[in-house]
Design a protein around this ligand. Structure first.
Ligand code: GSH
Length: 245
């Protein structure tokens, strides 16, 4: 069931105005089929929310009517997925009707956060430049090389093996039988690698196909254009020496 602006929002998702963890959680929200809201930029008071409502003093935060606020992006993705499944807006979004889909969705959320952590170690951000915060040239080189603990290409090679190519339901290029939250969460991190270097996908054609399929879905575009309830989100990871900076 498509969400319409006339529907009461099922939840509000609040984050800073950067891609970082806003895009992965925003992707899960946008593909949930549920009506939702972002923070009201006029009234959102982060120091107050941090002091009074944020369980771990951090964003993103998910607000659900009559329920506790949810922190930590993985928990937020699962809470939205459960709501989408239960309401019938997106059956199977949490993988609850297929044990493999559920496991794959969870794996993809965990893997996306590992890739995000690797980027945090080796890539400058709009707030932390190369050389600061442990972002050494060695870490940056390892991120973009074929070996080492934070090598993106090693992560991508593992993901390549997980993409389904045997699906009779014409979902070649995706990871699970039905669309799950984990796939969209992962895409939200992959897109941030794509913005740094589109060629990062060249050695993994099935992962590249997955990236392109999700990029072309109508629910994705408003997040990229800055017209979704998340508003405009600026690029968080920025070019480093390997991208010519
Ligand atoms: N494990 C958390 C990490 C959240 C996090 O690191 N939030 C940062 C921004 S990306 C934050 O709220 N920083 C602001 C602050 O600590 O005041 C998640 O997955 O959501």
């Amino acid at each position: 069931m498509a969400a319409s602006s006339a529907d009461a929002p099922a939840f509000t998702l609040a984050y800073f105005d950067v891609l970082a963890l806003g895009l992965p959680t925003g992707m899960v929200a946008a593909h949930s089929g549920l009506p939702w809201r972002g923070k009201d930029p006029e009234t959102f008071d982060w120091p107050k929310v941090k002091a009074e409502e944020a369980p771990f003093n951090q964003l993103p935060l998910l607000f659900r009517p009559g329920r506790r606020p949810v922190a930590h992006s993985a928990a937020i993705a699962r809470a939205i997925a459960a709501m989408a499944h239960r309401s019938g807006a997106r059956p199977g979004y949490d993988g609850s009707d297929d044990e493999d889909d559920a496991a794959v969705s969870d794996m993809l959320i965990a893997e996306a956060l590992d890739v995000y952590a690797a980027l945090q170690k080796g890539q400058p951000t709009c707030f932390v430049k190369m050389g600061d915060g442990g972002k050494t040239d060695t870490a940056h080189d390892e991120l973009w090389s074929d070996t080492g603990r934070i090598s993106l290409s090693r992560h991508f090679a593992c993901l390549e093996k997980l993409v389904r190519d045997d699906d009779e339901e014409k979902s070649t290029g995706l990871f699970s039988k039905r669309r799950t939250a984990g796939e969209f969460f992962l895409w939200g991190v992959l897109h941030q690698v794509f913005l740094l270097d589109a060629a990062a996908f060249d050695a993994t054609p099935k992962l590249k196909a997955f990236y392109e399929i999700v990029a072309s879905m109508p629910e994705t575009n408003p997040l990229i254009e800055g017209t979704s309830p998340m508003g405009a989100m600026r690029q968080y990871f920025v070019a480093g020496p390997r991208q010519g900076a």
